[in-house]
Design a protein around this ligand. Structure first.
Ligand SMILES: [Zn+2]
Length: 227
């Protein structure tokens, strides 16, 4: 079966990685506008690099949980397209390959001047020179609020063809990802939500499984193997 899975912060939360929406718009005591927008980066690049250096260090110490491992198993039995809104590498650590990081990755560095990409060091600084053009325009390879997510052509194409779409641990608040279920449903896919609570776009799904991802995802994958 062709299956498309979208994962969000809820799947990483159980590995100890904090999400910002749970704390009233503040993220580790920073306003989103200051640390996760192009305007915030322009105003204070050192602050933004410190914020992502901290997140990179925290993510480096995190380990995938049973939900990440179950999705590796799912790919062995079905034609899986795995899309994530998360910038950590927990899917890859679990063993997933070809993960579509629509919001970028903490492990990546991007030159804002020439577009060159390279593996991010643990500590990035604003005056780090780009390896390609040598300009001091280094930024995290992360999609900030107000920027266009990566790989959307590939994602819409997968949603056009998928037979089953499952959203795991996503809030349903962030566009365009919040529209994926409706799109897949219009194209005839069954849409399933696995979440701690109903998401903002819950009506777009045919059914939902409520509970922590580390329990619900392995059970769901097991049911697909039986089916
Ligand atoms: Zn460059």
């Amino acid at each position: 079966m062709r299956i498309t899975v979208l994962t969000g912060a809820g799947i990483s939360a159980e590995s100890g990685l904090a999400t910002f929406r749970a704390v009233d718009g503040l993220w580790e005591n920073h306003r989103i506008e200051d640390v996760a927008t192009p305007q915030g980066f322009a105003a204070d690049p050192a602050l933004v690099h410190r914020f992502y250096n901290m997140r990179r260090a925290t993510a480096a110490g995190a380990r995938p949980n049973a939900a990440h491992h179950a999705l590796v198993d799912l790919a062995r039995h079905h034609d899986l397209t795995l899309v994530t809104q998360n910038v950590d590498s927990l899917h890859e650590q679990a063993g997933s390959t070809d993960v579509i990081h629509m919001h970028g990755a903490l492990t990546g560095a991007l030159c804002a001047a020439c577009g060159h990409r390279w593996p991010a060091p643990l500590e990035m600084r604003p005056d780090d020179p780009c390896p390609a053009c040598a300009r001091p325009a280094t930024r995290p390879d992360i999609v900030w609020f107000g920027e266009t997510p990566f790989h959307l052509d590939r994602i819409w194409d997968a949603l056009d063809r998928t037979e089953l779409f499952a959203a795991i641990g996503t809030s349903g608040n962030v566009h365009p990802a919040a529209g994926f279920a409706r799109h897949a449903r219009r194209r005839g896919a069954e849409c399933l939500e696995l979440n701690l609570e109903n998401s903002a776009n819950a009506r777009d799904f045919h059914r939902r499984i409520v509970g922590p991802a580390s329990r619900t995802v392995p059970e769901w994958v097991a049911s697909l193997k039986r089916g």
